[in-house]
Design a protein around this ligand. Structure first.
Ligand SMILES: Cc1ncc(COP(=O)(O)O)c(C=O)c1O
Length: 475
């Protein structure tokens, strides 16, 4: 089975009449997208019907979404059309899922090819060749700089995190404790909500998981911060010898605030874990594909320390990778579904395009898009300093770091990182034509996950024009 054979979900995809048909459909989609060229205000004539549609959404779900988003199914790269007739710059993309934005012709064609398959959903007992190719692709990418050799696929980040934890627990003979960073987020199963460091996400859930929290890297403390983190880790290992199933880390924290740390921080902690026989699990569900290397651990040269890594979002199907020594006994990992055929096909198309399209490296497209973001955000900070007041961290120290993140994980921090004002700004921003979100637990930041697959650096121009307008309205 080769990488190219697996591009076809069905022998029918090689049929000339079918491929001509797919090309014709994609051309029609392109033509229909041509009118979507920039942000557009909502159509007043659709106000009533949109309000009704949102009410139905809230009724069926039990509550409305944070933002009044209901798409028409049309979009054009970073732009998406909503049912109220508005067009928004989508700088959120379902929290990083739509790496190629809306209606990318390559992804549409991949989904059409997937539609030819005999199966809509694949599973652990019914895999087609594209499902195997998906796992092989990820293992090959990870293997460049780590020992990863196997891949378990499931359909949410949370479920592959459950798999990773089970693998670690079995490997350590049912060790009951988990070491995790403060402000981490891992999904919403009963166990993952307990590890995730947000009280609101585990309200009403009886606590049954033993978690030891570590401070994340503190840029204001630098080397002293590394020393302190190491001290914490050694305390836990000394207090509970042989009791830890794993240390789970996001090498770029997502929900926690797009926090980054230097290599030496992770190396110090990972070496200590290795010496104590504690498996290291890297949760890249949010950062995967978006930094300067496909796996964020690769850019930091951490592969040799990693025992398990989980990925999701932009890959469409989610995965838990581990090396041969972590391979669990039969029965531990399975499930009816792995993912849909279209998730495998579109995921593979996105991953191959990024691998081969010059996205990675310090001079790659991801790095360039981030540099352009920083340029625009920094200019705005300089132009309107009254909106960028010092940001207080949890110790009450003031910072003037207003712009941060890495690759396709972009953050900026207006209004001192105050939650209420940032939420108000995000609402105004949505109305004005840009979708973004927040991250961090105090200070709060404005979070952007642009569609790095298709977004051009110059497209930050119109996005930041709107950002400036909405900040002015909020201030
Ligand atoms: C780091 C991290 N892990 C796990 C998850 C959970 O993924 P999912 O929502 O697909 O279950 C997320 C989701 O945001 C995440 O950011």
């Amino acid at each position: 089975m080769t990488d190219s054979i697996s591009a076809l979900s069905s022998p029918l995809a090689a049929d000339l009449e079918i491929s001509t048909g797919i090309d014709a459909i994609v051309a029609r989609v392109r033509a229909a997208q041509a009118s979507i060229t920039g942000a557009r205000a909502a159509d007043p004539a659709r106000k009533e019907s949109f309000a009704q549609a949102m009410k139905r959404t809230a009724d069926v779900r039990g509550r409305g979404p944070i933002m009044p988003y209901l798409g028409t199914g049309m979009g054009n790269g970073p732009l998406v059309e909503l049912l109220d007739g508005s067009v928004k710059w989508d700088m959120l993309n379902g929290i990083g899922v739509h790496m190629f934005g809306h209606g990318d012709p390559r992804m549409v064609a991949a989904a059409l090819r997937a539609g030819l398959s005999d199966l809509c959903m694949q599973g652990n007992l019914t895999s087609n060749q594209d499902s195997v190719a998906f796992g092989e692709f990820l293992v090959a990418e990870a293997k460049r700089s780590s020992r990863m050799s196997h891949c378990f696929v499931s359909n949410s980040g949370c479920m592959v995190n459950e798999a990773a934890l089970k693998v670690c627990m079995q490997k350590t003979n049912a060790a009951p404790r988990i070491i995790a960073f403060q402000d981490c987020f891992m999904g919403r199963s009963i166990t993952m909500s307990q590890i995730g460091d947000a009280a609101a996400y585990r309200q009403g859930i009886p606590l049954s998981t033993l978690v030891d929290y570590m401070p994340f890297y503190d840029p204001q403390l630098g080397a002293r911060g590394i020393e302190m983190a190491l001290w914490h880790l050694k305390q836990y290992i000394h207090r509970y010898p042989g009791q830890h199933a794993c240390f789970v880390m996001e090498v770029v924290q997502g929900e926690g605030g797009f926090n980054t740390a230097p290599r030496e921080f992770f190396v110090a902690l990972m070496e200590t874990c290795k010496a104590a026989g504690i498996p290291v699990w890297d949760d890249e569900v949010q950062s995967f594909g978006r930094t300067e290397s496909m796996f964020a651990f690769e850019r930091l040269g951490l592969g040799e320390y990693i025992d398990v890594v989980t990925i999701g979002k932009m890959s469409q199907a989610c995965a838990c990778l581990f090396h041969a020594e972590m391979n669990p006994k039969p029965g531990l990992l399975s499930g009816t579904f792995t993912a849909s055929t279209s998730a495998f096909q579109v995921g593979l198309e996105a991953l191959r395009t990024m691998r081969d399209g010059g996205y990675y490296g310090t001079d790659g497209r991801n790095a360039k898009l981030h540099a352009a973001f920083r340029e625009h955000a920094s200019k705005l900070v300089a132009k309107r300093p009254e909106w960028f007041t010092p940001v207080k961290d949890s110790f009450g120290r003031a910072s003037t770091q207003y712009v941060g993140g890495t690759g396709g994980m972009c953050r900026f921090t207006p209004f001192g990182g105050d939650k209420d004002r940032i939420m108000k700004f995000l609402q105004n921003l949505f109305e004005d034509g840009v979708m973004a979100f927040y991250c961090g637990h105090g200070p709060f930041h404005v979070r952007m996950l642009p569609p790095v697959g298709v977004m051009q650096p110059e497209q930050w121009g119109p996005v930041f024009e709107i950002v400036e307008r909405s900040l002015a309205r909020t201030a």
